[in-house]
Design a protein around this ligand. Structure first.
Ligand SMILES: [Zn+2]
Length: 333
């Protein structure tokens, strides 16, 4: 599969119809096949495509939050933070006004499910914006879902190509389509299992009496444990103790291979293994990690902090974990 085909596989929910953006920024519907040539033209800036947010059965491979307000990008940054904390990887894209936040999925999933997740997340962060798909159900062969301008193309009204942004709001790829394409094809797509886990956590967060994520109680009682949790960079701790994890950036967090269960082997249905160890730094909780696979012991229980990683690394032996922390503290002062 070449890069354009990879892009099509991620963003096209339908291949039998599309919309073209006109110079005034509106869209005209075409009932023609979406070909590789057509998509290549979009990426090169010859014309601009918008494609349906779901297929005729109501399934989609992405959800797009669209915030048009002057503070849109800042709001979406907040939403991206909250989702990152739950292990959901999203990609923030600038737009003519405000921005878009894309959530890509590894499989085609029901639009109703993704919309449920999106609505819960918006309730938790306390603002609203447009969500595409904007309907829960498929409309059949004759029905048309709301089109969304595909990323990396040129906006016909401004003739600008809007980039995806990093945490600081800087473009994560070059101004040309090729570098944007290479970047987006390397981005993590969320699996349905992990999204289910995020929905469950969001539902808990908005429950009438929300349980708070407990901080590891040991961290307040032992200075050394607090030092590990507050001073060490968990990414470095992981690289030092379990280099096979191979953490790489995924939205605002990091994903790698879980050392506590086998996520590398081919699944029963023939799909390749998925890295499932998730590491993230959150303003409120500091560094934390978990395994996103529900088949793994490191999936459940309270939030795992950096010291918990040492504990897992030393097979649950507290004295050994403390000894390792002591050794590091000794060399750091
Ligand atoms: Zn695991």
């Amino acid at each position: 599969m070449n890069d354009v085909q990879g892009y099509m596989a991620r963003f096209l929910n339908r291949h039998d119809t599309y919309c073209l953006q006109t110079p005034d920024g509106r869209y005209t519907r075409r009932y023609q096949r979406v070909t590789e040539e057509l998509v290549t033209g979009h990426l090169l800036g010859h014309h601009t495509l918008a494609c349906d947010a779901m297929d005729i059965h109501g399934f989609t491979q992405w959800l797009c939050f669209d915030h048009d307000g002057p503070d849109g990008l800042a709001r979406l940054d907040q939403l991206q933070d909250r989702l990152a904390f739950l292990g959901v990887v999203t990609l923030r894209e600038a737009s003519r006004r405000g921005g878009h936040l894309w959530l890509l999925t590894a499989d085609s999933v029901p639009a109703a499910f993704l919309r449920h997740l999106a609505q819960l997340a918006l309730r938790v962060v306390g603002f609203t914006c447009e969500i595409y798909p904007d309907k829960d159900k498929g409309l059949g062969l004759k029905g048309l879902a709301h089109p969304v301008r595909l990323p990396l193309g040129i906006h016909q009204l401004t003739q600008q190509r809007y980039p995806f942004l990093d945490v600081q709001g800087r473009p994560v790829h070059g101004p040309d389509a090729a570098s944007g394409l290479a970047w987006i094809l390397g981005q993590h797509r969320n699996s349905l299992t992990f999204l289910h886990a995020a929905v469950a956590q969001l539902e808990m967060a908005i429950a009438p009496d929300p349980p708070v994520f407990p901080r590891a109680s040991r961290s307040t009682t032992t200075g050394l444990i607090a030092w590990v949790n507050e001073q060490l960079d968990l990414r470095e701790v992981v690289a030092k103790t379990r280099p096979e994890v191979g953490l790489r950036e995924a939205g605002k967090g990091y994903i790698g291979w879980c050392p506590w269960h086998d996520d590398t082997s081919v699944q029963y249905d023939g799909t390749p293994g998925t890295p499932s160890l998730y590491v993230v730094r959150d303003r409120l909780h500091g560094w934390s990690w978990r395994c996103l696979s529900t088949n793994c012991g490191a999936n459940s229980g309270p939030l795992h902090h950096t010291f918990d990683w040492l504990l897992w690394h030393q097979a649950g032996q507290l004295p050994q974990a403390m000894a390792l922390a002591n050794e590091w503290k000794g060399t750091s002062t």
